[in-house]
Design a protein. Sequence first.
Length: 76
Amino acid sequence: MPIGHSNRRSVSVVPRDNTPQSLERALKELKRKLKKDDFYKEMRKREFFVKPSELKKLKKRRKKTTEGNDLGNENK
């Protein structure tokens, strides 16, 4: 097993028969399951490598803005 793939999830869909309607339904169901499993969000996140130091900076910046300290309208 490759390193880093220990939490691998499996999503599968089986079409009922070989008709085009059944295949379309299976594709819709697969897309729905992938969306529910946050697959697309994970793919977007892994599209580019982000250095650990950059991740730390992003988390710090997000925490600061969600606390309300850096909203920019404090002195106005």
